[in-house]
Ligand binder design. Structure first.
Ligand SMILES: Nc1ncnc2c1ncn2[C@@H]1O[C@H](COP(=O)(O)OP(=O)(O)O)[C@@H](O)[C@H]1O
Ligand SMILES: N[C@@H](CC(=O)OP(=O)(O)O)C(=O)O
Length: 464
């Protein structure tokens, strides 16, 4: 039995939904289907989830919301009409949205999640209706009835362990099940969503719960590429990745798969395959415990902007017991989590998300670190990007850092920071955000383009 998750781009229109249904019907083992909300039909389009957020914001601000509601209903009406479904399903969806809009706005996070979750919930209902209209034995599954329990962290839910036992029963149902992604229910009964892009997480939880043979994640690209295709032109396709490599790459910016989605599948040992709804016969990228090596120590280069750093130096920091703990305690006190901490003998740098460290809060934190830890120097830098080079081969390969740093130097990219990381399969470089694209291109050329040219030249030389 397979779990197949279809992303927003795969379900953005009636035409896409028809493609999805034919993919589902082409393989009898595709029984548990996870649906996202309709995504973008073209570059300038708006995802239904974003329309729902706009609608919720208007309601929360006490502003007129009919036009915003109309925009959501119109997306579903167009889909339903083109699928040949009658108006009844559109009325059901409109009533459902109005009922959610009538919820208590006194709890804004709860209200927002109830509206956000409707995107996947109503899309799953439409898809189930369409399959039924084609004579297929299919039904919509409500995550509450199925027992998908999550923590009450709105917009950032974590699955609760008892969900796995609850969801296992889905294995015994003899029909195609359409399960809405992106949300579950807290034990109190309220709807709670995962973070953005979280339908990937739903799919992974279901695959682990039913011990699926495979978790297929259908999107709009043929595979995971060695670099973000928006930053590097026609990057190489990746055939295979290990769980560790994918986890690092998705954390560091490969938005094709949610970084929290790998853990449930990994723990249960379920292989994951990233595939293209628009080209389902392409093999896609397989993710598992092991992969074949190809001689390249690097498998992918990811990057993300929106970081800042706090550099702190103090003579004899290495001898001061508890310095690191007290530094991190100040951040904890101020409600901030950190991403990385490269350190030296007398200095330490804490990398954080830029959004957390601003204005008065930044001033207060800098003052506290300066005074409470009596540091010699403290420097905060904003607008940084982190470039992550990932590959299992890096564990046995010397010189990868030197090659990457050399490529960056030749491209005149200033290195703000290097972090080897303790996982041994990744290495991180901090650069100014304005140099991110240049940095990724330079490292990509070093490990993929130039390396291939050298390999090809060597082969042709031998042949000649
Ligand atoms: N390294 C990468 N490989 C493949 N796609 C990537 C990579 N980095 C970023 N992406 C982007 O991820 C997109 C797919 O993810 P997403 O938009 O979330 O799809 P979905 O709607 O299927 O959930 C691709 O269209 C591509 O632009
Ligand atoms: N629709 C939600 C959840 C999701 O996973 O979407 P997608 O599959 O389009 O990335 C979002 O936009 O965040």
């Amino acid at each position: 039995m397979k779990v197949a998750k279809f992303g927003g781009t795969s379900l953005a229109s009636a035409e896409q939904i028809k493609k999805v249904c034919s993919i589902v019907l082409a393989d009898k083992s595709r029984k548990l289907i996870v649906a996202s909300a309709p995504g973008k039909r073209h570059k300038e389009d708006t995802k239904v989830t974003d329309l729902l957020i706009a609608l919720a914001e208007r309601c929360l601000a006490g502003e007129a919301a009919e036009a915003a509601l109309g925009a959501v209903v119109a997306r579903y009406r167009e889909i339903a009409e083109e699928l040949g479904l009658d108006d009844e399903i559109v009325n059901v969806i409109e009533q459902d949205l109005r009922a959610r809009m009538a919820l208590d706005t006194g709890k804004p996070e709860m209200f927002m999640d109830a509206l956000k979750a409707s995107g996947e919930d109503n899309n799953a209902k439409i898809i189930a209706r369409y399959l039924q209209s084609q004579g297929v034995n299919a039904s919509y599954v409500n995550p509450k009835d199925a027992g998908l329990l999550v923590s009450d962290e709105h917009g950032n839910a974590q699955v609760l362990p008892e969900s796995y036992d609850n969801l296992r029963a889905l294995r015994d149902r003899d029909e195609i099940m359409i399960f809405p992604g992106f949300f579950g229910y807290a034990p109190s009964g309220e709807i709670v969503t995962f973070s953005r892009g979280g339908s990937d997480i739903t799919g992974s939880i279901l695959a682990a719960a039913i011990k699926a043979d495979l978790y297929e994640n259908f999107t709009d690209v043929d595979s995971v590429f060695a670099a973000n295709p928006h930053l590097v032109e026609s990057p190489e396709a990746i055939e295979e990745l290990t769980y560790r490599e994918m986890r690092e790459l998705s954390y560091a910016g490969f938005s094709v798969f949610h970084d929290e989605a790998l853990i449930p599948a990994f723990r249960a040992g379920i292989p994951v395959c990233i595939k293209n709804t628009n080209n389902p016969s392409a093999p896609g990228t397989m993710i598992g415990f092991e992969r074949k090596g190809n001689g390249n120590p690097v498998v992918g280069i990811a990057s993300a902007d929106g970081f800042c750093s706090i550099y702190v130096s103090k003579y004899l920091m290495n001898r001061e017991i508890g310095f690191g703990r007290r530094l991190l305690h100040i951040l904890e006190d101020e409600g901030l989590s950190y991403e990385h901490i490269p350190s030296g003998i007398d200095d330490i740098t804490v990398i954080l998300k830029d959004a957390g460290l601003e204005g008065e809060k930044e001033e207060r934190i800098v003052k506290r670190i300066r005074e409470e830890l009596a540091v010699d120097d403290i420097v905060v830098e904003h607008d940084l990007s982190m470039i992550m080079i990932v590959g299992e081969g890096m564990r046995h390969n010397v010189g990868t850092t030197a090659r990457a740093a050399g490529a960056l130097a030749r491209a005149h990219v200033n290195l703000e920071m290097i972090n080897q990381g303790s996982s041994e399969v990744s290495m991180m470089f901090g650069v100014k955000a304005v140099q991110e694209q240049k940095a990724v291109q330079a490292i990509y050329d070093e490990f993929f383009k130039n390396a291939n040219i050298i390999r090809e030249e060597a082969v042709s030389h031998v042949r000649a």
